[in-house]
Design a protein around this ligand. Structure first.
Ligand SMILES: [Zn+2]
Length: 48
């Protein structure tokens, strides 16, 4: 489970169905759905 910023709630929310994805620029990110409103969320993980 990850956390991300929900643009609809305008606050940090838990991400449901969060999964790690790699973007075209090779950066890693988490994709998921906001637990409170169901909006798709995207969270950049950055380099680790
Ligand atoms: Zn939300």
């Amino acid at each position: 489970m990850g956390k991300g910023y929900c643009v609809k709630c305008k606050s940090k929310r838990e991400m449901k169905d969060a999964k790690e994805v790699t973007m075209k620029n090779k950066r890693r990110a988490m994709k998921g759905v906001c637990v409170s409103c169901g909006t798709n969320m995207f969270c950049i993980l950055g380099n680790k």
